[in-house]
Design a protein around this ligand. Structure first.
Ligand code: DGJ
Length: 732
């Protein structure tokens, strides 16, 4: 039993393979957090609670004259604003009478095997053997605000998910001004490092690590989507935690809109962590008996370093978050025409790319931006989802049939959430945009954002996309989003509901995606937002892969893919080989290196293959064969970061090991070439120590132990950014 409840002491204990999470209903029926960390059996952690008189920390009415009982000091399971806890709150309400007070007390709980979905939101799922759920019902006796805290325990993966459902069971309207998903109070620690992933367009998820300190540190997005600038995934870990050692707690928010993740060290060195929807621009009206569902947070605990934490996230996201046929079937190697042609293409050009690509073993052509409406640059056309026959001569079916005749699948690009002013759609429905009627809206890439909270907008998009899918044999959709939200105002909602629009936008997006992915189970969806600007666990519920970045430079990708790998599996990261000089950085790198780096993702090409020399085409053929041969190891195996691109080593290396440990693929890129250099060793991981591994294509054989303890000796590399791959096979 992963979840236990002690009737006498009223202690809840959640056990995973290596962790324990505990809370207690106390003498006043408050739900206190007791412990989250390394597994502790047969012990209730109530002794960690401190009752001391702390000046200026007030005492609730029930405590009467007991100055040692304060909500400002005691660890809370779901912190509230207004009742004397001055630390970061999880819930903030405005009651019917205008007051802020909210006092949550335990009412009841239920425990069941399995896990239920979250209304309108993406969430992890699992069988009754994989996951067990606890729901704790809290209530404010006076206002009848109810909160159901939900915990699901994936025991084998050291993962616990949290979410909350807030219901207004009172007598009038109330507003939610903040409704976070997860709150953890570490009573015994203030010595964590906070690891976060910042970035910008074309340089997403750069890792940053700082010790926490008194006061608050937040990472957040108020851009209407999860953003390039900060990712909704963070880690708290020991100051000396590394890939293989140390305690780490990961927090991944299963949501694609505004978010905030705050860590706070309080006056007596306790640490609080709160994650959920950002409260800026958020004010949600709850009428009587209405509920608000706060999205899920996936927490993963590891006491053996960051590597194990990441591998558990990868397994959970692949098996218990991604859905549909493509979670387990091999996805096609694609070629995308964006960097080959940008807007300037015709069917003839696309077919000639498809033809050359098919001869090299590439399996799908993706037609990117520019095939619809009047779209020869980014000034016009978005919203007009009908084929531009000046470019696609003879129509979509003719093009797709021709591409298919070379044995190639066909994929297509959409940016459904956007509209250009210069479009038929905007001329017909200006009120479908997010903007106030009295002011001109902000443009970004010359486009406005459609109001996804509106059913008519979603219906139009559903009909337009479905009509395109019906025209031809389309097997893939790239779903792009190329600006952030501003002037967030829905012409359909009254003044007192405008604080709901950010969230309703995300719910609308999910609603449309849900409809399209369920009705088109054979279509592979790839998420995208100017590259990896919406790379989050929420999107992965609908699109099992996401374009990782608009930056295809393999050297920058070493950093971007490294940062992304802390939470997200390799099978979710779109990665393509592009031309040199690289279009984003101007850097020149060997074709082999571009292939090695792109193979650590859902592999593809993004260049004009018609312009490649015969010699280059031979290299592509080998890359394609290598990827296909190692597909299962890369996509379903375990991932190890051997070095950090931020580290002192002269190279960046990472490794895939098949689940049965019989195969491994080691990847190496030289980042700092030196004259007359010292010997290079890569210490491998995850192998069977006592087994012998053969290096494929050579006579070299080594024990797993030797490769892991002494390392694999890399032959000296010469030149900038050379790369190599070592394929290992276990000898029987
Ligand atoms: C941004 C994407 O990330 C690119 O790959 C490309 O699809 C462009 N948008 C097209 O406008």
């Amino acid at each position: 039993m992963a979840i236990q409840f002690n009737q006498q002491s009223k202690v809840f204990t959640l056990h995973t393979k290596n962790s324990t999470y505990q809370m207690q209903v106390d003498k006043f029926q408050y739900l206190l957090h007791l412990y989250y960390g390394s597994k502790i059996e047969n012990q209730e952690m109530t002794y960690l609670l401190q009752y001391n008189d702390r000046g200026f920390s007030s005492n609730p009415a029930e405590a009467y004259k007991d100055r040692t009982y304060s909500l400002d000091i005691l660890p809370q399971e779901y912190s509230v604003f207004g009742m004397g806890d001055y630390r970061e709150s999880s819930l903030q309400v405005v009651n019917t009478d205008g007051s802020f007070d909210v006092q949550l007390k335990y009412v009841s709980h239920e425990i069941y095997k399995g896990k239920k979905g979250l209304q309108g939101l993406p969430a992890t799922y699992g069988t009754e053997d994989e996951v067990e759920t606890l729901v704790i019902h809290l209530e404010d006796e006076v206002t009848k605000v109810r909160v159901a805290l939900q915990y699901s325990v994936f025991e084998q993966l050291d993962a616990i998910t949290r979410s909350a459902v807030i219901t207004n069971s009172g007598t009038g309207d109330m507003y939610l001004e903040k409704a976070m998903s997860c709150c953890i109070d570490f009573t015994n620690r203030n010595d964590f490092d906070y690891i976060t992933f910042y970035g910008r367009h074309a340089l997403e998820r750069q890792m940053e690590r700082t010790p926490i300190r008194h006061g608050k540190v937040s990472v957040e997005s108020i851009r209407g989507c999860s953003s390039h600038q900060q990712n909704p995934f963070v880690i708290l870990c020991d100051n000396d935690a590394n890939e293989q050692n140390g305690e780490c707690y990961g927090f991944s928010f299963v949501y694609s809109g505004n978010f905030k993740a705050t860590v706070e060290v309080d006056q007596i060195n306790q640490t609080r962590f709160v994650m959920g929807i950002h409260d800026t621009g958020f004010c949600y009206l709850l009428q009587r008996e209405e509920s608000f569902v706060a999205p899920e947070v996936i927490m993963v605990y590891s006491e053996s370093g960051l590597g194990q934490m990441s591998r558990n996230y990868h397994t959970l996201i692949q098996n218990n978050l991604c859905r549909g046929k493509f979670k387990n079937t091999r996805r096609p190697i694609l070629i995308n025409n964006w960097e080959a042609t940008y807007f300037d293409f015709t069917s003839e050009k696309l077919v000639s790319i498809a033809k050359d690509a098919s001869e090299l073993g590439i399996e799908m052509l993706v037609m990117d931006d520019g095939w619809f409406g009047v779209r020869n640059d980014d000034y016009s056309g978005l919203g007009d989802w009908f084929v531009n026959e000046d470019k696609i001569q003879g129509g979509l079916k003719k093009l797709v049939d021709e591409v298919n005749s070379y044995g190639m699948k066909f994929g297509i690009w959409f940016e459904p959430e956007m509209v250009n002013e210069d479009s038929e759609l905007y001329r017909k429905h200006p009120e479908w945009c997010l903007k106030t009627p009295v002011r001109e809206g902000n443009r970004s890439r010359f486009q406005y954002v459609l109001d996804m909270s509106r059913e008519d907008v979603r219906e139009y998009l559903y009909e337009s996309i479905t009509a395109i899918l019906k025209q031809a044999n389309i097997e893939y959709i790239k779903w792009d989003m190329n600006r952030h939200l501003a002037n967030v105002y829905s012409s359909e909602l009254p003044a007192n509901r405008q604080g709901e629009v950010y969230h309703r936008y995300v719910l609308g997006l999910y609603d449309l995606l849900e409809r399209l992915v369920t009705e088109n189970p054979n279509v592979l969806f790839e998420g995208c937002s100017g590259g990896g600007g919406r790379f989050d666990a929420g999107m992965l519920y609908y699109t099992p892969q996401i374009w990782t970045s608009d930056n295809t430079d393999p050297v920058d990708r070493l950093f971007i893919q490294y940062g992304t790998s802390f939470c997200y599996p390799v099978s979710s990261m779109g990665a393509h080989v592009s031309a040199i000089p690289n279009h984003q950085t101007g850097r020149v790198t060997p074709l082999n290196t571009r292939g090695v780096v792109a193979m650590s993702g859902t592999f593809g090409y993004e260049l004009d293959i018609n312009k490649m020399t015969e010699e280059e085409k031979e290299v592509v053929k080998v890359q394609v064969e290598t990827y296909k041969r190692n597909y299962d190891t890369i996509n379903y195996g375990d991932y190890y970061r051997l070095t950090s691109p931020y580290g002192k080593e002269r190279f960046v290396a990472w490794q895939f090991v098949s689940k049965d440990k019989k195969k491994s693929l080691v990847n190496f890129v030289l980042t700092k070439p030196e004259h007359n250099p010292p010997i290079l060793h890569m210490k491998l991981q995850g192998l069977e120590p006592k087994k012998v591994y053969k290096v494929v294509g050579s006579e070299e054989c080594y024990t797993g132990e030797a490769l892991m303890k002494a390392g694999y000796r890399v032959k000296e590399q010469f030149g900038d950014y050379t790369a190599l791959q070592v394929e290992l096979e276990m000898c029987e």
